[in-house]
Design a protein around this ligand. Structure first.
Ligand SMILES: C[C@@H](C(=O)O)C(=O)SCCNC(=O)CCNC(=O)[C@H](O)C(C)(C)COP(=O)(O)OP(=O)(O)OC[C@H]1O[C@@H](n2cnc3c(N)ncnc32)[C@H](O)[C@@H]1OP(=O)(O)O
Ligand SMILES: [Co+2]
Length: 136
């Protein structure tokens, strides 16, 4: 598999609008749009930083992964996403190596990206997303 860059860093926040005040007004980053990803029970805001982005994640459901994360650990970095050139190939390779996957097949993430998660137990404690999308 080929990892191209850190696509984004996912930060779980209790309130998107409140969090945006810091990232936009204080840090001067620009939010490139807010989108709801129903399948993941989140509303997300993307803020580009160089060739990566910050993804702010607000839960839309108390049973969703981001709500559960905030409940057990508080707000903070929930996942790191690595961009790959071919997600199907990457997943096949990870599976073949016996790596514990959360998603064996790609799902659709924000902006129509193909995404899949690797379990934190397989990565030394970091929830890793792999993502394939067209370069902006
Ligand atoms: C919109 C999209 C996009 O970018 O396009 C997104 O990013 S969606 C982003 C939101 N979607 C997701 O996160 C989907 C994938 N996530 C999941 O399926 C879940 O959140 C899991 C990662 C499986 C965790 O689920 P759950 O909390 O029910 O499991 P659990 O309580 O049994 O936790 C198992 C162990 O993993 C640890 N653990 C749980 N969440 C973690 C996280 N985010 N980072 C690092 N470690 C984590 C727990 O502390 C526990 O460790 P100990 O056993 O040592 O106590
Ligand atoms: Co993400």
């Amino acid at each position: 598999m080929k990892v191209l860059n850190v696509d984004h860093i996912g930060i779980a926040v209790p309130n998107l609008q409140e969090a945006l005040k810091f990232y936009e007004e204080v840090l001067g980053l620009k939010c490139e749009g807010v989108e709801e990803v129903a399948e993941q029970k989140v509303r997300v805001a993307f803020l580009p930083v160089g060739d990566s982005e910050i993804e702010l994640l607000e839960s839309t459901d108390p049973e969703g992964p981001v709500a559960k994360f905030i409940e057990s650990r508080g707000p903070g970095i929930q996942h790191i996403a690595l961009r790959v050139d071919d997600i199907e190939k990457a997943l096949a390779e990870l599976k073949e190596k016996g790596i514990r996957l959360i998603d064996e097949k790609p799902r659709y993430g924000a902006g129509g990206a193909k995404i899949a998660f690797i379990h934190p137990k397989a990565t030394n404690g970091v929830l890793l997303e792999i993502s394939q999308r067209e370069k902006k």
